[in-house]
Design a protein around this ligand. Sequence first.
Ligand code: F0G
Length: 363
Amino acid sequence: PMGHASGVWRFESIVMPGAGDAIVSHPEGNTPLLSRAAISRYTGCDGLLIKHEGHNPTGSFKDRGMTVGTTQAVRIGASAVACASTGNTSAALASYAAQAGIPGLVFVPAGKIALGKLAQTLSYGARTLLVKGDFDECLRLVQQASRELGIYLLNSINPWRVEGQKTIVFELLQQLGWHAPDFIVLPAGNLGNTAAFGKALREAHALGLIAKMPRLVSVQAAGAAPFARAFREDFATRYTVQAETIATAIRIGDPASWDRAVRAIRETNGLVISATDDEIIDAKVTIDAAGVGCEPASAASVAGVRQLVRDGIIGAGDTVVAVLTGHVLKDPGMLVELHQREDYPRANRPVEIDATVSAVEAV
Ligand code: F0G
């Protein structure tokens, strides 16, 4: 069956049993699990492994959810599909909708999505609405519009998205020979992925595929951290905040999958922490300089590992999988600006020269 080439459909029986060959697949998944000395050293964790979801066809983990969500859209004969997005979901939706031949409609916060993501969304042909408001307003609007206009909603509140994203965990466990790591660390915004990881771990444990439960760690950007705040108070209150962070992918103040994510953290004895923009950039520059590369939001996971080692929660010998959620080229504008800054000590400033060998030699 064609699904065998896909790191998602390889797990068909625990994702969408019976999908068979009626799938919309690029394929996707089968992303590498990397070990890089420079990144391990930076975090202080020798047993750090990097699950790089930027290697997916549209450059983020969203492809795993979108292949399943779009397959379901075809199954029910949807006339159009829609999502609200900080950019990656919209790029994935646009690509999979194009492949399925279904019109795609995306709602993104005007001026607040990274250049690469906007470019992809336009190029793959989705109808793109630049909403004068933030992601949280886009999500409210798309939910109402889908209900009233009969469009199939493909945000991660759609359970099929979660089923696909579960395979990040199944795949990394398989790569580890079904030996569960001590920690799995991921960036968190709308909390769909946290919910998916919790469900995957619950199922893997119930099926006897892993003997122990890894601790799940969700890392939010400090300027968009309602879930981290609630965690410190044992989730007594559901907070919303006015979100602001350089990591635009996770610039979300009112996460949709709150309750399912609470369950994921509780069932895995997990943690929710936050990283400042400076910590995120510092981690990102380290990951990039190791030749691996990721988009800003992704680096929150590595910044989180560094914090937890410093705080004595992660031990130097623990096995830790940090998930990088998106590709370095997703946010080129931010990078070019960063590396031209005079006041940033880690900037790799480009050098303009005359077209002579002596100019080259001088550099
Ligand atoms: N990392 C990246 C690169 C993302 O794009 C997102 C979410 C996350 C992490 C957080 O995952 O929302 O499930 O907690 N991006 C969504 C989008 C919101 O529209 O592309 P989450």
